[in-house]
Design a binder for this molecule. Structure first.
Ligand code: T3D
Length: 258
């Protein structure tokens, strides 16, 4: 496993994760999966962290599965379960907001990796391609669930079945991503968002992320109960006490993330 295929740095309570195989547009091979899962486990266990920033090195964000060496051995479903599904779930299960700075093309599972994050900020030059169909595969990594939710069935069907390139400004029009900016401003813009999130009540943000995820399978009654349970937890937090205190004292709150 190459430690360098996915870089992990920490600054200002933010974990910066960089996909780092630029010569293949950061497509994933087995070593990179191992490293990515180790990085996600490390981030998950670090209570000092309050936000995550994910990006790619070089001119691409991620071109999905590395297909340069042929195809994975064994059933693809088993490969997905062992690798991609764990990466996607690893991101969704992090109790931290994840900002994805899409610096270039995001194709196949790479596009859905970006969409698994809580916020996607893309360079205007970037694009999203549901490239699976172009090599005779079905969309995976959650794309058949995430994309219809984000853009509606008609647009999702076209993207998933036609496999065309969707430029980032169009993805923004579709409501698929959070923001677009010039490539030269991507780092500053996306990092500022991560820094803002890192100063917010982390526990409440993590619970909100969870509530959004469970909402897809819930009816209203079940969701109301889930909200009540989460609110009970948030209601016991130091950040809730601080928020109310700050309101009463007419000053900005200073959240500590607990
Ligand atoms: O169980 C399973 O494994 C199934 C799981 C599937 C998950 C998936 O992600 S399936 C989809 C896999 N990804 C693709 O099919 C995308 C393939 N790549 C492309 O279509 C194009 O590269 C792009 C549209 C993404 C970008 O095009 P362009 O013209 O900007 O760049 P390029 O010249 O094609 O690529 C630059 C280099 O990256 C090139 O290498 P070279 O010629 O300079 O030595 C290219 O071969 C390499 N590269 C790009 N994508 C991949 C890749 N190498 C390995 N695997 C890739 N996916």
């Amino acid at each position: 496993m190459s430690q360098d295929s996915v870089r992990l740095e920490r600054r200002d309570h933010i974990a910066r994760i960089t996909l780092n195989r630029p010569e293949v547009l950061n497509s994933f091979n087995n070593g990179m999966f191992t490293r990515m899962l180790a990085v996600l486990a490390e981030v998950s266990g670090d209570r000092s962290l309050r936000a995550v920033y994910l990006t790619g090195a070089g001119r691409g964000f991620c071109a999905g599965q590395d297909i340069s060496g042929g195809v994975p051995e064994g059933p693809y479903g088993a490969h997905l379960e062992k690798h991609w599904n764990r990466v996607v779930l690893g991101i969704r299960h992090l109790p931290l907001p994840v900002v994805c700075a899409v610096n270039g093309v995001a194709a196949g599972a790479g596009a859905n990796l970006a969409l698994a994050c809580d916020f996607v900020v893309a360079a205007a030059e970037a694009s999203f391609i549901q490239a699976f169909v172009n090599i005779g595969l079905v969309p995976d990594t959650g794309g058949t669930l995430t994309l219809p939710q984000l853009v509606g069935r008609a647009r999702a069907t076209a993207l998933l079945m036609l496999g065309d390139k969707l430029p980032a400004p169009r993805a923004l029009e579709y409501g698929m991503i959070h923001a677009v900016c010039p490539l030269a401003e991507l780092e500053t813009t996306a990092w500022a968002l991560a820094a803002r999130l890192a100063g917010m009540p982390t526990l409440a943000l993590g619970l909100t992320k969870r509530l959004i995820d469970v909402s897809y399978g819930n009816d209203l009654r079940t969701q109301l109960v889930a909200e009540g349970e989460a609110q009970t937890i948030a209601g016991h937090s130091a950040d809730h006490r601080e928020g109310v205190q700050a309101f009463r004292e007419k000053r900005p709150p200073v959240f500590i993330g607990r």
